[in-house]
Design a protein around this ligand. Structure first.
Ligand code: BYC
Length: 470
């Protein structure tokens, strides 16, 4: 384990060559995956050379090899970080026992469910972003989109490897299903709600990579703590690639905010008259994608989550460094709930509230980015500030989905919610307008009018670099 095989059909460091049956099974899945990529991957640009990084090993630097690649020729590989010296389970009822190299029989169902749910998000996001290349604001951004897309494809491979290697026929069936479900399809939708939402312009793309990929960061980090070591090591390596996706989202939004602030000043408060994006629209997009992403953490009170933790399958964010008690059998957590029309604080057994513990970490991280964007507004001399809505607003999963709230988190009537939702959330007029101003810009170094230039290029290249050869 650990040696990289770059010569086989599937690059890997999991010794596929040493398990011919598994290798053949995955090689059989490869053309099905390619069929899916050709049907549902980026529309167009499949024969163009794109300046992409490819993971060729897990060592520092090995995962970021830059070169021109045609997307269908990208080497989707299977990589895990090396085994750690400390091989004991770090939390839950099996704390301190040796980690599992094979699936413990009694946890097979739960592990399968976690891995399939994680896997399903990867192709879903590629499907959601399918047409964005055709309206990219620059070659720099187009390249970043395609980088994100090929790496989500690689993350699908990472999960599919686990399904094939550890779940026999069930795993192979699940892997086929992963290529059959489709984002937004009424009959065979993707599993989690945010992955069925339309992402048809770049304001949504940047919000998605900022807020929804950030759920990925926290979920993967929790799974990187798993007592099932192959899952932990796989997720650790995925996290290295995830950081760039988050950068694309956070810096992309910052660039839109900067440009919108400039246009707001130049036009005396009407950036739309200059083909720009209004700060109100940006706020509505934040409200929309942040709240859909909050749903991805599951219910506030969840026996599934309590079991995953107790069984040692899914820990907390940075379980080892952030927490002292890794068992948490008797703790409690306060969760505000609606009782007789008012929000009151109720005690919940800690393990049952573990989804909320992770959601807290996520919200703190989102708040940090908000502060940064607001500094951009401040520097531009504007008084408007962007905010995160309450975690209770616009929810479709968990306790709060049964009631209506305003963005401040106050209980309101359904009628009041419906009368105002168009001014609180990205709406169809916004989407039509945003699509209408997004025309593809393909001159190297040039940016669309509604976004400012990034501070620097990719991998030390200048902004004028030909990131996509058209
Ligand atoms: N939409 O017990 P509950 C990423 C279902 S993103 C629809 O509260 P649990 C990425 C739930 O399945 C990270 N359904 O939930 C980002 C259950 O259904 P059943 C993805 C939902 O299990 C960008 C019922 O509601 N990784 O990597 O505690 C681009 C009750 O649920 C939703 C993972 O998610 C929803 N939002 O927690 C590319 C990690 N939420 O059983 C990639 C693996 C819940 O009643 N998944 N339901 O039919 C998990 O750990 C958990 O499954 C969840 C849900 C945290 C998602």
């Amino acid at each position: 384990m650990g040696n990289v095989d770059q010569n086989g059909k599937i690059p890997n460091n999991v010794d596929l060559a040493g398990d011919k049956r598994l290798q053949r099974a995955l090689e059989h899945w490869l053309p099905l995956y390619m069929e899916w990529w050709n049907d549902m991957g980026p529309a167009g640009f499949q024969t163009n050379d794109i300046y992409l990084r490819t993971a060729v090993s897990v060592e520092a630097g090995g995962w970021a090899n830059f070169d021109y690649v045609k997307m269908p020729e990208y080497r989707w590989g299977i990589f895990m970080t090396p085994t750690e010296s400390e091989n004991s389970i770090g939390f839950g009822d099996h704390l301190g026992k040796p980690v599992w190299q094979e699936i413990p029989g009694e946890y097979r169902g739960n592990l399968r469910r976690i891995i399939v749910t994680q896997a399903d998000t990867e192709p879903a996001s590629v499907e959601q972003q399918r047409f964005l290349g055709t309206i990219a604001p620059s070659l720099y951004d187009m390249r970043n989109l395609f980088q994100v897309n090929v790496e989500e494809g690689r993350h699908l491979w990472a999960m599919v490897y686990l399904l094939f290697r550890f779940f026999g026929k069930d795993g192979r069936d699940e892997a086929e299903e992963l290529l059959c479900r489709r984002s937004g399809d009424e009959d065979k939708p993707r599993i989690l709600n945010a992955f069925n939402e339309a992402c048809d312009h770049w304001l949504s793309f940047f919000c998605f990579t900022h807020f929804t990929d950030r759920d990925g960061k926290f979920q993967l980090a929790s799974l990187a703590e798993s007592g099932f070591e192959p899952l932990a090591r796989t997720c650790k390596f995925m996290l290295t690639e995830e950081a760039h996706h988050l950068f694309v989202g956070e810096s992309g939004l910052d660039r839109i905010i900067k440009r919108s602030a400039e246009l707001t000043k130049e036009t005396d408060g009407d950036p739309i008259s200059a083909g720009g994006i209004s700060l109100e629209m940006i706020q509505r997009s934040i409200n929309y994608w942040f709240t859909f992403s909050l749903d991805l953490f599951g219910g506030e009170i969840s026996s599934n989550a309590a079991n995953f933790f107790g069984e040692g399958l899914k820990g907390r964010f940075k379980e080892h460094s952030r927490y002292e008690d890794h068992v948490m059998k008797d703790g409690i957590k306060i969760i505000p709930q609606v009782v007789d029309g008012s929000v009151v604080e109720e005690e919940v057994p800690y393990r049952n509230a573990i989804n909320e513990v992770l959601r807290d970490e996520y919200i703190d991280d989102c708040q940090r980015a908000l502060r940064k964007w607001n500094r951009t507004l401040e520097k531009a001399g504007l008084e408007t500030r962007l905010t995160l809505p309450s975690r209770r607003f616009h929810r479709h999963q968990g306790l709060y989905s049964e009631h209506s709230f305003d963005p401040e988190g106050n209980v309101i009537t359904k009628d009041r919610y419906e009368a105002n939702s168009g001014r609180w959330l990205l709406n169809s007029d916004d989407n039509d307008y945003l699509v209408s101003i997004m025309n593809q810009v393909i001159e190297p170094g040039k940016m669309a009018n509604w976004i400012s230039a990034p501070a620097r290029g990719i991998n030390g290249q200048p902004l004028e670099f030909e990131y996509v050869r058209l």
